[in-house]
Design a protein around this ligand. Structure first.
Ligand code: BGC
Length: 248
């Protein structure tokens, strides 16, 4: 089975065809910068451009940075407010001419890791956190997703955790790895106190520098980098176009 996976992020929109039986990309990914303001029409045009450039005809799964119910965005933290209440499945299906299924970006990235990556075969509670422009979260229990958790918006020191501990916050404040690890540790300790997961998986572009900060964390749960690194979003989106649960 094949599906096109598209990952809509704060800075780039990326896509590639994926073999959903193996989780492997079938072609080099295409990346186009996210249009300024990330408004629906402009984003839909970029998604269509990616599908067109790959000559894609078939199912498309899309990871989007907002909670999504039945294709409709419920909130917008890092994209235009115009998405709220809009049926993203319908918008992207009509823009591309292919059946599109949109889900939360972290939920779908978690799906790739649970099926083929760092969470493969893991029973119990797994929390995947994507550290990028914001902080995305996905909780899997015995392979079943609890969709649309928004733990990047957990309040810490009077502000959203994602404004303190995302990769964008690290870059904006030019934090040293030591300082960033301290902040991330505060956040992860809070998450641990609330959920007692068996495993944390850290995704997003920053996962490739994991040696710089994961060893500095003090958690009881095991914590590992995402195996798909920044490609979890593309692979997971493709899987998402074909159903929700993962076999563990
Ligand atoms: C959004 C989440 C998203 C995360 C990562 C947050 O600001 O509210 O839905 O998963 O950013 O993109």
């Amino acid at each position: 089975m094949q599906a096109l996976g598209i990952d809509i992020g704060g800075s780039g929109i990326k896509g590639a065809p994926v073999n959903t039986k193996t989780g492997k990309l079938l072609e080099e990914r295409v990346r186009i910068p996210t249009p300024k303001g990330a408004k629906p029409k402009a984003v839909a045009e970029v998604v269509a451009e990616i599908a067109h450039s790959l000559k894609w005809k078939g199912p498309i799964g899309v990871g989007f940075p907002a909670p999504i119910k039945n294709g409709v965005a419920l909130m917008a933290a890092n994209v235009s407010e115009k998405w709220v209440g809009l049926n993203a499945d319908e918008l992207l299906t009509s823009a591309t001419g292919c059946p599109c299924k949109v889900g939360n970006d972290a939920d779908v990235a978690g799906m790739a890791e649970m099926q083929f990556g760092a969470g493969k075969g893991q029973h119990g509670t797994v929390i995947m956190l994507t550290l990028g422009t914001g902080i995305g979260s996905a909780i899997y229990y015995n392979g079943h997703l609890v969709p649309n958790t928004e733990f990047g918006h957990l309040q810490m020191n009077g502000m959203d955790a994602e404004h303190r501990a995302s990769d964008a916050a690290r870059q904006l404040k030019e934090m040293s790895w030591k300082k960033y690890a301290k902040r991330l540790n505060e956040y992860l300790n809070e998450m641990e106190k609330l959920f007692w997961p068996d495993l944390f998986i850290i995704g997003g572009g920053i996962s490739k520098y994991h040696e710089k900060y994961l060893p500095l964390l003090t958690l009881q749960a095991k914590i590992v980098p995402a195996q798909f690194k920044n490609e979890a979003g593309i692979v997971g989106a493709a899987l998402y176009s074909q159903g929700m649960d993962v076999k563990v």
